[in-house]
Design a protein around this ligand. Structure first.
Ligand code: CA
Length: 434
């Protein structure tokens, strides 16, 4: 993806809060979400985050500040889901981004008209940004796959297909909700290793998974495949994703067909979708150690080798009921991923499976190589054997009732604009009475 004037690090906005070095949403970001005024009966509609404000795109369209060539795009953004806009393709997304960048810059003539189209984010209620038809969870961190594999199969942690196939499973989309989600601790079949039979009980080993969510934009027709060269044209953007997991339910049910009820009770996304175009300055070369199998040709490309990875910082924090403020549990980076976004898209469609606008991929838990970069408690506590001690003295092996888990992510932030993702936060409630 080419850099253009929207990536210029020197751009400033007339929305003053967007110029703060700690804002997630400078004028170089411009992520999309679905919102309405809080405590209102207004219709949900699309907005763009700018500083601590939201630009109401339907109101801005009415104000007549956009070129007529964007009428169809803006009409679709008056709806309560981004799927229609996602389906329009990368050229349309890019054209709107350029207009928004020009309209929100310091000195833009439209400032006065657009000032009336802003709503403070603190006054807004957010909603899932897309109708997620299908959700697929990948397993792209080789560090995570190896750490978890060691717990289940000490002699054979990494299965032989891992370095050849971007492993994934089809998940359940109905229980994906937006940041602020609460859910009761799930029930399931639990079987102690020495027990003769399982029991139905609330999960005792509830865990988070630090993941990146990937929204598909334009889809593909059934029977066709998306090539590596075109793969990123089909990706609308990224978010933070917590794939909540019940480890005890998972350990009993996962063979031979993979996760089922251990994953389908709740998953949390951040409300804003950061477009791939906004991330263009933060791409890194993708590589594979020479000693590892190199990808098959359908999973390889010059673009992949040049800029297939994303330098996205990731963080997971906990706030227990007795803490005043959240405390960091781990820090990782999306660039640790063994498989790229383009490889996930190309592999998913290589059999002719049609992807649709608004489909969501999870990256899989993005553990890095170090002890403080593991993206799940299962790894941090080595399967619950070694509790972690928090700064207030509390200990955790897994997530307890009342705990809030917060994911954060950002690109840049030092000498370059901080392209932030906001946060994906969710709180675990006690199990429902049986
Ligand atoms: Ca997962």
């Amino acid at each position: 993806m080419q850099l253009n004037e929207t990536h210029d690090a020197g751009l400033r906005s007339w929305v003053a809060s967007a110029n703060s070095s700690v804002s997630d949403f400078p004028i170089q970001n411009l992520p999309f979400g679905i919102f309405r005024k809080g405590d209102s009966n207004e219709s949900f509609r699309a907005g763009v985050a700018i500083g601590d404000q939201i630009l109401d795109l339907a109101a801005a369209h009415k104000a007549g500040v956009f070129g007529a060539e964007l009428d169809a795009a803006l009409a679709s953004l008056a709806s309560d889901e981004l799927n229609g806009f996602m389906a329009m393709g990368a050229d349309v997304w890019s054209a709107l981004r350029l207009q928004l960048s020009r309209l929100l810059r310091s000195g833009a003539q439209a400032e006065q008209q657009l000032n009336d189209c802003l709503l403070p984010q603190s006054d807004a209620q957010m909603k899932l940004p897309a109708r997620i038809g299908d959700y697929t969870d990948f397993y792209t961190s080789i560090h995570h796959a190896t750490n978890v594999g060691k717990l289940f199969r000490p002699d054979n942690p990494l299965l032989p297909n891992y370095q050849w196939v971007p492993i994934g499973y089809h998940g359940r989309s109905s229980s994906i909700d937006i940041s602020g989600q609460t859910f009761p601790r799930p029930y399931g079949q639990l079987k102690a290793p020495d027990a003769d039979a399982p029991v139905l009980a609330p999960c005792k080993r509830l865990d988070y998974e630090l993941e990146v969510g990937i929204y598909i934009g334009e889809g593909n027709a059934p029977g066709t495949r998306i090539s590596m060269q075109n793969a990123e044209q089909h990706v609308f953007g990224l978010c933070l994703f917590n794939d909540w997991s019940a480890r005890d339910i998972q350990a009993w049910e996962y063979q031979p067909l993979g996760p089922f009820l251990s994953k389908s009770f709740a998953s949390t996304v951040s409300p804003w979708i950061v477009t791939l175009e906004a991330l263009a300055p933060y791409r890194l070369p993708w590589s594979r150690p020479d000693s590892d199998p190199q990808p098959l040709p359908y999973l390889d490309s010059a673009e992949l080798r040049e800029s297939g990875a994303v330098d996205m910082q990731l963080e997971v924090l906990i706030q227990t009921p007795s803490m005043q403020s959240p405390e960091r549990l781990a820090q990782s980076n999306f660039s640790h991923s063994y498989w790229s976004i383009s490889q996930m898209v190309a592999h998913h469609s290589v059999n002719g499976c049609n992807l649709k606008p608004g489909d969501l991929f999870g990256s899989g838990t993005l553990s890095g190589p170090d002890a403080d970069s593991v993206g799940a408690l299962l790894e941090a506590t080595e399967g619950g054997k070694n509790p972690i001690t928090l700064s207030n003295g509390e200990q955790r092996t897994f997530v307890e009732d009342g705990d809030t888990i917060i994911l954060r992510g950002w690109c840049g932030g030092d000498d370059r604009p901080r392209i932030g993702f906001g946060e994906a936060s969710a709180t675990v409630l006690p199990a429902e009475q049986a």
